[in-house]
Design a protein around this ligand. Structure first.
Ligand code: GDP
Length: 493
């Protein structure tokens, strides 16, 4: 997400950060670099001008104050951060709940914007927060839209109200109204209404969306827009705002990089907040939008807050609690715990996405490491642990050379893969021990970062990250092995 924009800005600021003095010419140069970076990322021209001028004026004011002891470069970066947060909508807005349930959310947008996929993600998100949503199939135009919504609902375990077959048959206004009645009867506290889209903005589409909106008075009309369509995203948003009206924006396909910058302008141009992001095709690739966190990501400062929230969700309440108790009581960290962490990490999405949210992810070194990540490694590690006996999972030290060969055969991997998992496990075990010995470092927040992530500080070779996969593993060169299996296990060879 915004990789090239972020890389460019990170480069601009690297020089600035260490400067003792900054003069107006430096500020002009920095502003010019920011302007070009934003325009190249496809941020709307009017928004770029506004942001750059505010940064320039505020930075000039700041340097004229010449405050002693405050790093001027850092101050300018803070100003850019604040101005970015402002164009992204200021503060995060949460969904408005109806005074009397159900809360009704209507989704509008063009065909192909990812509306149906998003309906499922939003439902899954609401469900994970303890709600009881129902999906209502009002896209009766697009071939198979009703079936698709049913599949999407089924995959996240959320019921779908779909009395009409669609494919041009049925009245969407009637279905929307009946959907709300259904929700009341069955005590669903959220109704998500999926409406029809067209390939382009047209009068009929606007009329239909407006009629549904008037008939059900939703608490939120969310405009779903594909961030990859560049400046058209802003134009379409404006057309929907004029034609139907909406309260918030959902940006989809934010996993792409090319033209996503346009999406940054939407909040500013339409004066409506971005509320959620969709970052992939899987149901968990979805997150509430926080302008400040997004500004952090764009400026290469990472987004550890979102990462921690996702980790907490991925490790369900029971396992997190169990792990915490184990940690506090000093009980041994075993391969069963490790497996749970790996599974939680898999739920969080791809490794490159997770690591991309860490501070410094835009640095050349981290980028190289991220590019070298083997996404299959979590799956392989899972297979390896599944091929261990319960005894071996509790006491990995008993895994000698012949057991390693057997585990490799059983999991369809090579011995060096097994060695690698054992190495990683002992690193995670060590990290747990170290954390326990450092006062103030324990507690749920740290533990809920799966895969030994608490030791992320030493990003160096990612070795301390426990469950984190390393770069693609190559078979190690032959080396002399100890005759002692336990010692060999510790050596990982
Ligand atoms: P609708 O016509 O608006 O209902 O769009 P769909 O939900 O059917 O999505 C259109 C296509 O975009 C499908 O192939 C989805 O899998 C894909 N899609 C949806 N959201 C995302 C996303 O956030 N990232 C990516 N890469 N693809 C997405």
């Amino acid at each position: 997400m915004f990789d090239s924009l972020s890389s460019r800005l990170t480069k601009t600021f690297t020089g600035l950060r260490n400067r003792g003095r900054i003069n107006p010419v430096d500020i002009d140069e920095t502003c010019e670099e920011i302007r070009v970076a934003l325009l190249e990322a496809d941020v709307a021209g009017s928004v770029v001008t506004l942001l750059v001028e505010r940064v320039r004026t505020r930075s000039l004011e700041q340097i004229s104050l010449d405050k002693k002891g405050i790093n001027p470069g850092q101050q300018i970066i803070s100003i850019v951060h604040e101005e970015l947060v402002a164009i992204l909508g200021g503060s995060a807005r949460r969904l408005r709940y109806a005074k009397t349930a159900p809360t009704v959310i209507m989704l509008a947008g063009l065909q192909g914007s990812g509306k149906t996929t998003l309906a499922g993600k939003l439902a899954a998100y609401l469900k994970s927060e303890g709600n009881t949503p129902v999906l209502v199939a009002c896209d009766l135009q697009r071939p198979n839209a009703v079936d698709q919504l049913q599949v999407v609902g089924g995959s996240v375990g959320v019921p779908v109200f779909a009395p009409e077959p669609g494919n041009g048959v049925g009245d969407p206004v009637k279905v929307a109204k009946a959907g709300i009645e259904f929700a009341k009867q069955k005590v669903h506290n959220f109704v998500i209404v999926d409406t029809a889209g067209r390939l382009g903005v047209d009068k009929e589409l606007m009329e239909q969306a407006k009629n549904i909106r008037d008939a059900i008075s939703p608490n939120e009309v969310l405009f779903v827009v594909d961030a990859m369509i560049g400046q058209d995203a802003v134009n379409t948003a404006q057309a929907f705002l004029d034609g139907v009206g909406f309260d918030g924006i959902v940006l989809t396909k934010m996993d792409g990089d090319a033209r996503g910058g346009a999406a940054l302008s939407i909040a500013s141009v339409t004066n409506r907040p971005v509320m959620f992001l969709s970052t992939g095709e899987k149901s968990n690739e979805f997150e509430p939008f926080h302008p400040d966190r997004m500004a952090n990501r764009i400026l290469g400062m990472g987004d550890v807050a979102t990462l921690a929230e996702q980790a907490k969700k991925a490790l369900d309440g029971d396992s997190a609690q169990k792990l915490e108790e184990k940690f506090i009581s000093g009980e041994k960290f075993t391969f069963d715990d490790f497996l749970e962490q790996l599974q939680a990490m898999k739920k969080m999405g791809s490794m490159s996405k997770i690591l991309g949210m860490l501070p410094g992810a835009q640095s050349a070194q981290m980028k190289k490491q991220i590019a070298a990540i083997d996404e299959n490694e979590l799956t392989r590690a899972e297979a390896i642990i599944h091929s261990m006996t319960p005894n071996e999972r509790q006491e990995p030290k008993i895994i000698n050379g012949s057991r390693r060969a057997r585990i490799a055969r059983g999991s369809g991997t090579e011995v060096f893969h097994v060695n690698n998992v054992l190495d990683r496990f002992s690193a995670a075990q060590k990290a747990m021990k170290q954390m326990r010995n450092q006062p103030g470092l324990g507690g749920a927040a740290n533990l809920q970062m799966p895969g030994g992530m608490p030791s992320m500080g030493g990003m160096g070779g990612m070795g301390g990250m426990g469950g984190m996969p390393a770069a693609k593993v190559a078979p190690p060169p032959k080396r002399s092995k100890s005759g002692n299996p336990a010692k060999r296990a510790l050596e990982g060879g």
